[in-house]
Design a protein. Structure first.
Length: 538
């Protein structure tokens, strides 16, 4: 029996807003006269279930499940969004909403802060990841669904909401009054100067403001002396197509091909070129990718590689070259339907093939890569400068460096710790020196200053917490992961207590992929010279 697929971030990937209604319906009816008969079959089945099934059923659930089942026969990325999922998807793309700035999840019956957005109302008053929302607006929130809590936490700008949180190390609930405000969901989560000449930009996601965020980051870094750029799209699942084009345009001259799409529906065959002269066409660039870089991030990496504009370091990307048109349908629900393939400037279709159940395809991130992968000669393409690149399986880096988890390649045990949130759980034991946002005294929490060191005692304490949480520890395996463990402890504490820029800045200094990439700017400079010569010749 085919399982309904969840809607991970990768499925949001490249999105193109489209008009729906008569245009879509008319096309379908014109090409298949049997559709009215199909409607009758579906309606008869729905009526029989509603009338005769052993217990009462929710009609919406039946219909939504039927649509999901229908799309599951097509490809791994065509997806249905119920009204709540559709609203969340649009919110993610728009990059803003009104509320307190916390993403929540239900953990053991408690509404728990999964992430706190920087500069949001929650961040400013001192709410932290891992806090349990015990009371919201004076009501006991235990057992609430995330939907119930979301309704109470969001509201008009300038309005107040009272919450009380349960936090490790505090004997009593901590009360907060938050004033709702516009919350910005940033896709550039951090940028900074690594040294006197090297800028770093981390584009974690794509949304409707990504090109402006990248442009702002680059401008500020250039004012600080940036002469070369490490551009990080690792783990970036993609987003709106137009933003991938605009981000690429910042590094390319006018009229350069960035991507082209080909499909069956009207207007799906499009060529997308840079519309203006990029402001950063000569700066040497190294782009970091990994196996979770997908869709829009692959468009950027592919365009820069094909034009010999950047040296790609890391892992082969996910290989998602399907364009989804997002249709809003009745009742506030939505449909992301694959309507085209996209191709890089050299003619690469980077879409990986999928199996009938999509299981192997969607578990790609769990599979280690062979950097000496064999290629079909027919898949060979050439960059603008004549370098060989290949179709059919993601963007292959110019220099392969394994590192699926924050630039590291840990053992399966280390990956388990990361996926289970072991490092986040440990970080809640600490508080920042000088942080006066929460004035109550805590018990069993350690104060740390910026630039604290993760010493052997802290690693041993983390190991003891793992045992208390039920992890079985093999000493030999733990020793193999020691540097990864040390780095992740520091990263998560920095992220929770200080900010993502601080966390990423310190992590980059020990990130194996990034450190190798920083040693390859000589190759990036050769490409920059090659690209500049090609542009002058054109």
């Amino acid at each position: 029996m085919r399982r309904y697929r969840p809607v991970p971030a990768v499925l949001f990937a490249v999105s193109v807003c489209a008009l729906v209604g008569g245009l879509l319906g008319g096309r379908v009816l014109a090409t298949d006269e049997r559709v009215p008969e199909h409607y009758k079959t579906f309606s008869a089945a729905l009526a029989a279930i509603e009338a005769s099934y052993v217990s009462e059923v929710d009609s919406d659930r039946l219909i939504y499940g039927a649509v999901r089942g229908m799309l599951a026969t097509l490809d791994p990325h065509s997806s249905f969004f119920d009204p709540r999922e559709y609203a969340q998807m649009r919110e993610r793309q728009e990059g803003r909403y009104y509320g307190i700035g916390v993403s929540i999840q239900s953990v053991a019956g408690y509404i728990t802060a999964a992430n706190v957005f920087e500069d949001s109302p929650a961040y400013k008053v001192g709410i932290r990841r891992g806090d349990q929302f015990a009371r919201i607006s004076g009501e006991d929130a235990q057992g609430w669904s995330t939907e119930q809590a979301m309704v109470r936490l969001r509201g008009a700008k300038g309005t107040a909401v009272q919450i009380e949180v349960r936090r490790r190390g505090y004997e009593e609930l901590i009360p907060f009054e938050l004033i709702r405000d516009e919350v910005q969901i940033r896709t550039v989560q951090s940028y900074f100067m690594i040294d006197n000449e090297t800028g770093y930009v981390h584009l974690k996601d794509f949304g409707e403001n990504s090109s402006r965020e990248v442009e702002s980051a680059l401008s500020e870094l250039r004012s600080q002396g940036m002469r070369r750029l490490l551009f990080d799209v690792r783990g970036n699942p993609g987003g709106p197509l137009d933003q991938a084009i605009k981000v690429s345009n910042q590094f390319l001259p006018r009229r350069q091909m960035i991507v082209y799409t080909r499909g069956r529906v009207s207007n799906s065959d499009q060529d997308y070129r840079s519309q203006e002269q990029g402001d950063y066409i000569d700066i040497p660039m190294v782009v970091l990718t990994n196996r979770s870089s997908a869709s829009a991030s692959e468009i950027v990496a592919g365009a820069l590689q094909d034009h010999d504009r950047a040296y790609i370091v890391g892992e082969t990307t996910f290989g998602k070259a399907l364009v989804q048109s997002v249709y809003r349908i009745s009742g506030g629900a939505g449909l992301a339907l694959t309507t085209a393939h996209y191709y890089t400037p050299s003619g690469r279709l980077i879409q990986r093939p999928w199996d009938s159940s999509f299981d192997e395809y969607l578990s790609y991130g769990l599979q280690d890569q062979d950097e000496n992968q064999l290629h079909d000669p027919d898949d060979l393409k050439r960059t603008q400068g004549g370098r060989p690149v290949y179709s059919g399986g993601g963007i292959e880096p110019d220099r392969h460096v394994a590192g699926p988890v924050e630039g590291f390649n840990p053992t399966s045990f280390g990956r388990l710790l990361y996926s289970r949130g072991a490092f986040e759980n440990y970080a809640v034991k600490f508080m920042a020196e000088g942080d006066t946002r929460v004035g109550q005294e805590s018990v069993g929490r350690t104060r740390v200053a910026r630039d604290f060191a993760v010493d052997d005692a802290m690693v041993a304490d983390f190991k003891e917490q793992l045992r208390n949480d039920g992890f079985q520890i093999d000493e030999e395996t733990f020793a193999q992961d020691r540097e990864f463990v040390r780095a992740m402890i520091g990263f998560r504490i920095d992220e929770v207590l200080f900010n993502m820029t601080e966390a990423r800045r310190r992590l980059i200094s020990v990130d194996p992929q990034a450190q190798i990439a920083l040693g390859l700017f000589g190759e990036a400079e050769k490409l920059a010279a090659l690209s500049s010569g090609q542009n002058q010749a054109n």
